[in-house]
Design a protein around this ligand. Structure first.
Ligand SMILES: [Zn+2]
Ligand SMILES: [Zn+2]
Ligand SMILES: [Zn+2]
Length: 399
């Protein structure tokens, strides 16, 4: 936009800024705050037109909460001299010599004051670090949080409209010259919340920001977009004492090389159980689905170890108790090398866990680390394998 301004393509600037195609009328007269006017005169000996007072929808001075004047309250004359192209500096008196500084009306309408504050914040470059797409992303993330949008980004337009109308009454919208969003899919509110290349008037954006956040700064705290929604996500280790409890604070996202779809990996900080899933999630219930188990984690392994010491338990029984298929059990029992590694991890893991303060959502696991005599363990596993093979041969367990 700066480049366009330097080239003085004013029409194009208005188009990019969303002012051109807008339903908001452009203000033809300049506005003034009687208290700012007086303050300027006192401080500088002359007054100037304030940018913050000229914004569409701004009816209140953000400093004094005072109603802005468009014209003299006594003679109804505005402050522009139509004979000259650029307005002269504001003066303490109207053309008919009425003192403007005496026309002070303090506004108490919090919506009007808020609108003035938000506009002023934006004018001072409050969101200059964000581009259009990033702002849109923030709206969507916020709407998801408030339940007005699905995790995949489908905005519940009808509900948003109801929410909008519950916060902004027709009287207020008329006052700031904004059209009521109609009851159809093409009203300005729906359009602004649909990913579109068309720019919309800043005032409409301000209304949305004010609707979704309680202060202009709060928008900055909104998290970045994720195809898996917001954490924490549940641990899906079926044998843990925190199964389905939301304990996983972070997701690692990669792109699937074939499908280009996002793949999220979720590692439980309590038990090490790690699963992945291809996104984006279609709805919030998707958080309970596992695409692939990447690691069972030391607690699961240790549980399997303890159970497998009971030689009476067959592969099927083990798989029932461990809540996974017999193939996996077999793979773990045979792969004693990886088992050693995982159990070593358990010892490190439990030490790490001791250092960490237990979070309220994380219940303590009752599995205690065992000092392992590896010579004996090798013999045990050796026996287990022989046993398992014998059972498999005898019982013809179908896998
Ligand atoms: Zn003022
Ligand atoms: Zn007057
Ligand atoms: Zn877990």
């Amino acid at each position: 936009m700066k480049e366009e301004m330097a080239a003085d393509k004013s029409q194009r600037i208005q188009m990019i800024a969303g002012v051109m195609a807008s339903i908001i009328r452009i203000h033809k007269v300049l506005k003034i705050c009687p208290l700012c006017l007086q303050a300027d005169l006192d401080q500088f000996g002359e007054a100037y037109w304030h940018r913050t007072h000229q914004l569409p929808g701004v009816l209140v001075c953000p400093i004094h909460n005072c109603l802005l004047l468009e014209k003299c309250h006594q003679c109804n004359e505005d402050f522009m001299d139509q004979r000259i192209q650029y307005p002269a500096l504001p003066t303490a008196f109207c053309r008919n010599h009425h003192a403007l500084s005496e026309m002070v009306r303090i506004v108490e309408d919090l919506r009007l004051i808020g609108l003035s504050d938000f506009s002023n914040y934006i004018l001072k470059g409050g969101y200059s670090e964000y581009n259009k797409e990033q702002m849109y992303d923030k709206y969507i993330q916020r709407l998801i949080r408030l339940g007005y949008c699905t995790a995949t980004g489908r905005v519940k337009q009808r509900e948003v409209r109801e929410f909008f109308l519950s916060q902004y009454n027709p009287q207020f919208l008329t006052q700031i010259a904004v059209k009521l969003p109609e009851d159809n899919d093409f009203n300005w509110l729906s359009t602004i919340l649909r990913k579109s290349r068309r720019s919309q008037h800043p005032l409409l954006h301000i209304l949305i920001i004010q609707l979704l956040w309680d202060s202009p700064e709060s928008i900055k705290l909104e998290g970045a977009s994720s195809p898996f929604g917001f954490g924490p996500w549940p641990c899906l280790n079926p044998i843990s004492d925190h199964h389905h409890v939301n304990v996983i604070p972070h997701v690692k996202i990669k792109r699937c090389s074939n499908t280009r779809r996002p793949v999220g990996t979720f590692e439980c900080p309590s038990c090490g159980f790690t699963y992945s899933r291809r996104g984006p999630d279609q709805d919030r219930s998707a958080i309970y689905t596992i695409g692939r188990i990447k690691k069972f984690g030391p607690i699961w392994i240790s549980q399997l170890e303890q159970l497998s010491k009971d030689h009476a338990l067959g592969l099927r029984e083990l798989s029932r108790l461990m809540k996974c298929d017999p193939k996996t059990i077999k793979r773990y029992l045979i792969g004693s090398i990886s088992l050693k590694n995982e159990v070593n991890n358990l010892t490190n893991f439990q030490q790490r866990k001791k250092k960490r303060k237990a979070t309220p959502t994380t219940k303590k696991s009752n599995v205690t680390p065992v000092r392992v005599d590896w010579a004996i363990r090798d013999q045990e596993i050796n026996m287990l394998i022989k046993d398992a093979i014998k059972k498999l041969n005898n019982k013809r367990v179908s896998l």
